[in-house]
Ligand binder design. Structure first.
Ligand code: MN
Ligand code: MN
Length: 315
């Protein structure tokens, strides 16, 4: 079977050609796809610096550097899956609630077509509609949440829906299998103990950044795989989990964060997990002066593709 391939650097210069994820063919529907990249150009849920509305476009631009074969894991995802770029979800930039409904519908359509969505954000609010879509199709899902923040606020400025609240809402709505949730990379200043203890009280495993310092996360991920078991799992990766030295182009920075090596260990450590969807959120190009944040995001999305069940089964 002939699967879509990224346009190679020997066919068209890397600085030219289509601005799709990895210069893959674009598609208008997920029918027939095994995995789909999709953008959510949204920043109206952000509480501080904005700009994530430009995230998907910049991640696609920086993804032009990516080649199809994973030299480390010896995986060739485009030999095992039909993948395309579905473009961006047409959110209503003047209305967060409506945008959430639009995102939910768009992602549900992808999942219902049998494809795994790999969503490029966009602020972290988008993970609430993503989890709604996942849970409607698969039932409550396990969650691997990599972030500097727990994102479990009761409200922000009085609003229930914002980029700091999605996982509180997800618990309330029964979207998560709460014994199969892990949060990795949490740190920084808070309001009270409860910021990180509330998730623990729900049954989440919380791995604060300090517990990740100076070490490989490969052993942690073996435990995470065990915790996740066979059931469906969603991966949400907030780029601010990384130290600002690596990823300055985001809205709410915290020092003492993860390294890009640890990010690779986390995602590669999900090989064998039943991933049904993933997102990479909070890339804000206006604060990303050298394009490194978007470049890291593009690479991490590629690594997510490399650990999807169909790739693992075929490799
Ligand atoms: Mn977040
Ligand atoms: Mn965050």
């Amino acid at each position: 079977m002939n699967f879509n391939q990224p346009l190679g650097g020997n066919e068209m210069p890397r600085f030219a050609g289509p601005v799709t994820m990895m210069r893959l063919p674009s598609a208008t529907s997920a029918e027939g796809l095994d995995a789909a990249f999709v953008g959510v150009p949204m920043d109206i849920g952000a509480s501080h610096r904005s700009g994530t509305r430009f995230g998907p476009r910049q991640i696609r631009a920086e993804s032009a550097m990516l080649r199809p074969y994973n030299m480390a894991t010896r995986v060739s995802p485009f030999d095992h899956m039909q993948v395309a770029d579905l473009g961006d979800v047409a959110i209503n930039t003047f209305n967060l609630e409506k945008s959430i409904e639009i995102i939910d519908a768009a992602l549900f359509e992808i999942v219902a077509a049998g494809a795994v969505p790999l969503t490029m954000g966009g602020d972290h609010t988008l993970t609430l509609p993503a989890l709604r879509a996942m849970a409607r199709h698969h039932g409550p899902v396990g969650l691997v949440h990599v972030d500097a923040h727990a994102d479990i606020n009761e409200h922000m400025f009085g609003e229930k829906l914002a980029h700091g609240t999605p996982f509180r809402r997800a618990v309330e709505e029964g979207l998560l299998d709460t014994n199969r949730v892990v949060q990795i990379g949490l740190r920084g200043t808070g309001y009270a103990d409860d910021d990180f203890d509330w998730p623990r009280q729900q049954g989440f495993r919380v791995v604060q950044a300090e517990d990740c310092w100076h070490k490989s996360l490969t052993p942690l991920m073996a435990e995470v795989r065990e915790q996740m078991g066979e059931g469906p799992v969603y991966l949400t990766y907030d780029i601010d989990s990384l130290d600002p030295a690596y990823a300055p182009g985001t809205g709410t920075l915290e020092i003492g964060g993860l390294t890009t090596v640890q990010a690779l260990e986390i995602i590669r450590g999900l090989r064998g997990v039943n991933l049904v969807g993933a997102d990479l959120v909070e890339v804000s190009p206006p604060y990303d002066m050298a394009g490194t944040t978007a470049l890291i995001a593009a690479n991490l999305l590629y690594e997510m593709l490399c650990v999807l069940p169909k790739v693992v089964a075929g490799s």
